[in-house]
Write a protein that binds this ligand. Structure first.
Ligand SMILES: C[S@@+](CC[C@H](N)C(=O)[O-])C[C@H]1O[C@@H](n2cnc3c(N)ncnc32)[C@H](O)[C@@H]1O
Length: 267
């Protein structure tokens, strides 16, 4: 178990699918399809969870050969099961992503990831970019949290809770040494790829949660409050007051959570 439950990933997947920038996803797919030679284009999906990126891209990259990588065996099995249901060609590799040497990148056309790089430390990103550059592979990394959240109507404590939550985001998450990049993930990826001659494109992919997504909005509020409680920087009663008020208002609140999608192509 990685701490990312199948039920949480299932709850967020429809919002993620709607949020992905369609034009950037289409350019990522076109890059895959432009591969020359007879073999199927190979795609490696890092931190696949239950395979949300395969679900999002499969229709645009028919015939691609997917390798799904995660350190959570249960999520990996679910990802492969769902890929087979779609008719996609997919295999699983259970490994920690920091064991980059265990992941075969040679001959890979595109590496994909979603909701992953905000968990990563800078040294992991740089080592990965170096591997991709050596292999000549591109990267499509969707749904990287950018540090922004808006609630309408607002609550007086939204600002302090969000600031504390963003501090929690940069605590070490075990994906590389030291602190996670959190909202700085996309700028770090961009610098690292551009230093190796890649062309990088970025597009916004915010969640826009309204009354139809109350279950996800409520789980998101609970997740924020739990993360902030771990830091012990806010008065407990105030934080619980914020949590309860936000949960009570959830069905009548519009929530925007900022994300960025990135496509990096070599040359
Ligand atoms: C937020 S989830 C995103 C899952 C999926 N990409 C999606 O968009 O639904 C992060 C995923 O990264 C995986 N992960 C996190 N750290 C990892 C590590 N060090 N090695 C392998 N997988 C890791 C988790 O198991 C989880 O499946």
């Amino acid at each position: 178990m990685s701490g990312f439950s199948e039920s949480w990933l299932g709850l967020r997947e429809p919002a993620d699918l709607r949020a992905r920038d369609a034009a950037l996803a289409a350019r990522a797919a076109a890059f895959v399809q432009a591969k020359e030679g007879g073999d199927p284009a190979r795609i490696v999906d890092l931190g696949c969870g239950t395979g949300s990126t395969l679900q999002a891209l499969h229709g645009q990259v028919p015939g691609a050969d997917w390798l799904l990588v995660d350190n959570d065996a249960e999520l990996l099995s679910a990802a492969v099961r769902r890929a087979e249901t779609l008719g996609a060609q997919a295999r699983a590799l259970e490994t920690d992503l920091t064991e980059l040497a265990a992941i075969p990148f040679d001959g890979v056309r595109l590496v994909t990831a979603s909701a992953l790089f905000d968990l990563a430390a800078g040294d992991f990103v740089d080592a990965l970019v170096q591997r991709l550059s050596t292999a000549g592979a591109g990267l499509y990394a969707a749904l990287n949290y950018d540090g922004s959240k808006e609630f309408e109507p607002s609550h007086p404590l939204d600002g302090v809770v969000m600031a504390a939550f963003n501090r929690h985001q940069v605590q070490a998450k075990g994906l590389g040494g030291g602190r996670a990049l959190g909202p700085a993930a996309v700028s770090h990826l961009t610098r690292s790829f551009e230093a190796r001659g890649y062309t990088v494109e970025i597009a916004e992919s915010p969640w826009r949660l309204g009354p139809a997504e109350t279950a996800l909005a409520s789980a998101h509020i609970a997740g924020m409050a739990d993360a902030v409680a771990e830091l012990d920087v806010l008065d407990r009663a105030e934080l619980e007051g914020w949590r309860q008020a936000r949960l009570t208002m959830a069905a009548a609140t519009t929530t925007i959570v900022g994300h960025l999608d990135l496509l990096a192509r070599p040359g």
